[in-house]
Design a protein around this ligand. Structure first.
Ligand code: MG
Ligand code: ZN
Length: 225
């Protein structure tokens, strides 16, 4: 049995990795450690998942604008190589940390633990984590957040829920974004809502236009913020 040592905010955590141990199981254990640490510091963290172009960054910008008086906010921004999104969010005067994942197509609990070490948890109470633009594997890697949000845009077509059931099963909140384009795209947002509720009856749904800010209040309510 091999041990890898993880140092999370000065606390030494020993993770026991057995040969052939499931990478998803290792991630789950690290996610639980992240959650414990964040809760200890009263930081509410929210994982925001969705394809490239679904509107994750625009939504975070609107959430930050609406909530920055009420909460002290930090944002982690997962990206393969660029800082474009981080620069956009940083304009709103909150702390933004880019996590460049290189070739990795999702964030995992380990990279989030590393990022958490670099911020002062005492000074923040809300942490948005924008995952890498990808609707599939981020769902399999919980990060240790209180809530998991999946953003889909009506421009992705009518089948994104039924094609990615696992992603929606693990979500607390689904955002249907670009509602202003629903009619043009011939997408019935009620139908999408029904599909996601069939898979996950407890999921909350917000229908938004992240550019105008329409529906952002609904999303804030769904996030219990
Ligand atoms: Mg983005
Ligand atoms: Zn991936």
């Amino acid at each position: 049995m091999a041990n890898t040592k993880e140092v999370v905010n000065g606390e030494e955590v020993t993770l026991e990795i057995e040969p052939g141990m499931d990478i998803l199981e290792v991630n789950k254990q690290l996610a639980q450690k992240n959650m414990k640490l964040l809760r200890k510091h009263n930081v509410k963290a929210i994982d925001i998942m969705g394809s490239i172009g679904a509107g994750k960054t625009s939504l975070i910008e609107k959430l930050v604008q609406a909530l920055k008086q009420k909460y002290s906010i930090a944002v982690f921004k997962g990206d393969l190589t660029t800082t474009i999104d981080a620069d956009r969010i940083g304009r709103h005067g909150v702390q933004v940390l880019t996590i460049n994942t290189g070739r990795e197509c999702h964030l995992d609990a380990n990279v989030v633990a590393r990022a958490v070490e670099r911020i002062s948890l005492e000074d923040i109470d809300l942490l948005f984590i924008e995952n890498v633009g990808n609707l599939i594997c981020p769902a399999e890697f919980p990060l240790g957040t209180e809530k998991r949000v999946v953003v889909v845009s009506v421009t992705e077509g009518p089948y994104m829920v039924i094609k990615h059931p696992f992603t929606f099963m693990t979500a607390d909140v689904m955002v249907i974004n670009k509602k202003d384009l629903a009619e043009i795209m011939k997408i019935d947002t009620e139908q999408l809502k029904k599909q996601v509720k069939d898979i996950n009856p407890d999921v909350k749904v917000a229908v938004t236009n992240a550019l105008s800010g329409e529906g952002v209040e609904e999303l804030i309510k769904a996030l219990e913020l």
